[in-house]
Ligand binder design. Structure first.
Ligand code: ZN
Length: 106
């Protein structure tokens, strides 16, 4: 028994959660809503835009998670992609998929 999840477990959990969220968002945005014509179209459009940008953000995160898993494989996980410094356990616990140290975080 360990207190903390291994990075591998944390990343796989995150991957699963984010994939599920994307799937859910996409099923919402692609389901034709027959009542939409009666709703406030501007509001519907705004909501769709928001869902789309959220989906795009989640896809980026998923991409980061996949990269992090690949880096775990090649042994470079946990170091900043810009300066190569160790990212640190505390930051990784919070953001397991991060590729950058705190100085180089976007
Ligand atoms: Zn850095």
């Amino acid at each position: 028994m360990t207190d903390a999840e291994s990075p591998n477990e944390a990343l796989n959990d995150l991957h699963e959660r984010v994939s599920d969220q994307i799937e859910e968002l996409e099923s919402r945005t692609t389901t034709p809503d027959t009542d939409a014509s009666f709703a406030d179209t501007a509001q519907v459009t705004a909501e769709l835009d928001e869902q789309r940008s959220l989906t795009a953000e989640l896809r980026e995160l998923l991409d980061d998670v996949e990269r992090a898993l690949a880096r775990l494989d090649d042994g470079t996980y946990g170091t900043c992609e810009v300066c190569g410094v160790e990212i640190g356990d505390e930051r990784l616990a919070e953001l397991p998929a991060t590729r950058f140290c705190i100085q180089h975080a976007a």
